[in-house]
Design a protein around this ligand. Structure first.
Ligand SMILES: NC(=O)c1ccc[n+]([C@@H]2O[C@H](COP(=O)([O-])OP(=O)(O)OC[C@H]3O[C@@H](n4cnc5c(N)ncnc54)[C@H](O)[C@@H]3O)[C@@H](O)[C@H]2O)c1
Length: 350
């Protein structure tokens, strides 16, 4: 049994306890938070509560620390926990830049303990479906992948609205979205990054960003996130060499794969199209020339992250979210901030 403790018992700290509850082989028993009001909450849930981080980390029977504080504490607390001889799961964004992550990775190597990051969105239903469809080759060569997360409330709240805490949407959602894209193409290199970070309705941090990642083999990704969009665009759109995919939302219950119906030949259009007007290139196909294939059945992998932790604590080679993969994401995030500051694209090899 892995005995786990939560460092930072806020929204995500609670989510961890709820998600770990049904997992065999791991149990949360202890909590640390600087907010004294969390003591009563922890007690109600049956966890021991520590107001002092050093005492929390000194517990001999604590095997694994889950760090769920605001972002700017992640580096120091991860290093402290590793030096205290604990395995560590850190919330995303793992750190505010790659240099900070490297300091953690050095401590992890010295400690011999597992260090990983809660990149839980690698197991989202919509993302697993996207991966499967791309891997199946149904779309041919994926030339452009578009990932959008567009919320409606327009509110960036609490520490997320404060740059001193690592606020803003690039750190919040961008790390998930970039991580997903990089996991799609582990063997490709990102060669160029262009980022636009805007503070639209929030004063100090980005509440809208648009990121272009160009890969080394005529493939690119568009990653976009904003908190105030009252119309929908698909969560995923893929332009492939032999088909097009759209997955509408996180549930992955709506969307489709579209391909040419091989029973029909596609020829250059003649004349003036009633809708498009005088373009033969953009004149649409006849409905029967396109085959729309429904999405496959969604897969639920909600427990996969924590089940992997249980496995990896016995055999570290099995760790799913490897530090190197997270480091690659942080390098892209660093390049995105640099690009936004310079207002130009940045050449990289990541
Ligand atoms: N993986 C995901 O899907 C996901 C989702 C939401 C949040 N997160 C991440 O989880 C982390 C926490 O976000 P949240 O939404 O739960 O924030 P939150 O504000 O709800 O909770 C943060 C908690 O940390 C405590 N805290 C603050 N400073 C502390 C300190 N110095 N020492 C100890 N405790 C401290 C606060 O009192 C609070 O209880 C962030 O890194 C965020 O990016 C991840």
């Amino acid at each position: 049994m892995i005995r786990a403790g939560i460092l930072g018992y806020g929204y995500m700290g609670h989510v961890h306890t709820q998600k770990i509850a049904p997992i065999a082989g791991i149990d949360v028993f202890s909590v640390h938070d600087i907010d004294p009001a969390k003591k009563a909450e922890a007690g109600k849930a049956g966890y021991s509560f520590f107001a002092d981080r050093t005492l929390f980390l000194a517990q001999a029977d604590l095997d694994l620390v889950i760090i769920a504080t605001p972002n700017q504490f992640h580096r120091d607390y991860a290093i402290e926990a590793l030096r205290a001889g604990k395995h560590v799961i850190c919330e995303k964004p793992v750190t505010l830049n790659t240099d900070e992550l490297d300091a953690i990775l050095a401590a992890a190597r010295e400690s011999g303990k597992i260090f990983t990051v809660h990149q839980n969105r690698r197991w989202d239903t919509d993302y697993l479906m996207l991966r499967q469809i791309i891997a199946d080759g149904t779309l041919g060569r994926p030339v452009a992948v578009e990932s959008r997360v567009l919320g409606e409330r327009g509110i960036v709240f609490g520490w997320r609205a404060d740059p001193a805490y690592g606020g803003g949407m690039l750190y919040d959602w961008g790390v998930h979205q970039v991580d997903q894209i990089l996991q799609l193409f582990p063997d490709r290199k990102v060669t160029r990054v262009f980022a636009q970070l805007w503070s639209v309705n929030t004063l100090q941090v980005d509440d809208y960003f648009k990121l272009e990642l160009v890969f080394n083999d005529q493939c690119s990704a568009h990653v976009e996130c904003g908190v105030f969009a009252l119309e929908k665009l698909p969560r995923w759109f893929v332009y492939g060499s032999s088909g097009t995919l759209k997955i509408d939302d996180f549930s992955a219950k709506s969307g489709r794969i579209s391909k040419i119906n091989n029973q029909y030949t596609v020829e250059v259009s003649e004349g003036v199209d009633p809708v498009v007007g005088s373009s033969r290139t953009m004149a649409p196909l006849r409905p029967e020339q396109i085959q729309h294939v429904p999405l496959p059945a969604p897969v639920d992998a909600a427990n996969a992250f924590y089940e992997n932790i249980v496995l990896a604590c016995q055999d570290p080679d099995q760790l799913a979210v490897k530090p190197d993969s997270v480091r690659r994401t942080m390098q892209v995030i660093d390049a995105a901030f640099a690009s936004a500051r310079a207002r130009q694209s940045i050449d990289v090899l990541i």
